[in-house]
Design a protein around this ligand. Structure first.
Ligand code: GDP
Ligand code: MG
Length: 177
């Protein structure tokens, strides 16, 4: 293929899953718009956001899907997962129950999508490390056992948010290009 003609296009669907109130919507708004909302309800309603990055001089777009709160009722539909090539599975490092749920979210992901290439486990709310209920080692161990990347983030102070999304997108690109 000739380079520099802009003929190649990459659009990857990435889904964010995890228990209610772990910070999914804020991770996306921090990444896509550099915004953070203390009131979680303010972020409800957006289906997905498209964010571009340059890799090897090519524009790579990620269509990143956020739940509109359906996870509260364990009612995330198969349409949500369909065609997803990347997934961020998020828990809150201050609430152990959200970490315990990760295996169930992985089951659901496996059931609804056989296309995921890159998966990242995210322990969010790193700014609250003084009241953490899940150790870094536990997060790492689970991610390793399940073949996922792992990172702790803070949507509040931005730590690792861009890094996490871009690592997933880069991994997908490297696999398909
Ligand atoms: P979602 O239900 O998983 O989409 O979670 P939200 O993004 O709506 O966030 C739930 C609550 O956690 C809100 O009050 C956010 O302000 C708060 N929150 C989200 N991310 C962080 C974070 O990194 N640190 C702290 N301290 N609070 C956060
Ligand atoms: Mg949300």
């Amino acid at each position: 293929e000739e380079e520099g003609l802009g003929g190649e296009e990459y659009l990857f669907k990435v889904v964010i899953i995890g228990d209610s109130a772990v910070g999914k919507s804020n991770l996306l708004s921090r990444y896509a718009r550099n915004e953070f909302n203390l009131n979680s309800k303010a972020t409800i309603g957006v289906e997905f956001q498209t964010q571009s990055m340059l890799i090897d001089g090519k524009e790579v777009k990620a269509q990143i899907w956020d739940t509109a709160g359906q996870e509260r009722f364990r009612a995330v539909t198969s349409a949500y997962y369909r065609g997803a090539v990347g997934a961020l599975i998020v828990y809150d490092i201050t609430r152990r129950t959200t970490f315990d749920s990760v295996v169930r979210w992985l089951d659901e992901l496996n059931t609804h999508s056989d296309t995921t290439i890159a998966r990242m486990l995210i322990g969010n709310k790193l700014d609250l490390a003084n009241i953490r209920a899940v150790s870094v080692e536990e997060g790492k161990a689970l991610a390793e056992a399940e073949g996922m990347f792992f990172m702790e983030t803070s949507a509040l102070d931005s730590t690792n948010v861009k890094t996490a999304f871009e690592l997933v997108i880069r991994e997908i690109y490297n696999t398909v290009s």
